[in-house]
Write a protein that binds this ligand. Sequence first.
Ligand SMILES: [Zn+2]
Length: 223
Amino acid sequence: MSEHPSAGSEQLQVQAVVRDMVIPAGVAGPEPLMIDVRCYAVAQPAGIVIIDTGMPDAEAGIAAAVQALGGSFDDVRDIVVTHSHADHTGSLFALAEKAPLAAIYAGGSDAPNIRAPHGVTPIGEGTVIQGFEVLATPGHTAGHVCLFHSPTGTLFIADAAASERGDAIRPPELFTADALRAEESLARIAELGPARVLFSHGPELEAPAQALSRLIGSTHPPA
Ligand SMILES: [Zn+2]
């Protein structure tokens, strides 16, 4: 964080929680696959927004992220789950119990499949949560959503794409419910030309908009 932010520029106060996950041999190929799982805490004027909750081991990391933003679990107002997969919902139950003031949101088609201590509010295209626009991006799951913060051009892309070795990649087709719709969703969000993309799997890229354009121009699966 800079003490002298340039005039007119807005910075999103975001903390990433990064954990490693091993996909056993035979699930996504003959070799075990090591990938990272990322979820995010963002400080917004009306409270902290948590975007995804990682695997069941993410709770301590989320607590540390909330603390790093200068808050506590009582400051967490919104928990957005981008889709129903276990690496995004794993710590939801524990987190929601610790943050009783937080509303829980997920895409309409995925919301009924998400286990939480209280109701999951269905969201879709056009929903705005503390300045984050919800983009319905079906394909990976039917209710998959991305979040876009337009003042900073920041896209929380969830599993619409991942990053690996400095480039954007598609998530394994094995975990994608409808590859055709996923591709349509990916093309659509690439058109936003985001200045910054925060992935659920893989680190940030220096030129994410270009990486997404390259990805949609490539064949599926990549040659
Ligand atoms: Zn995932």
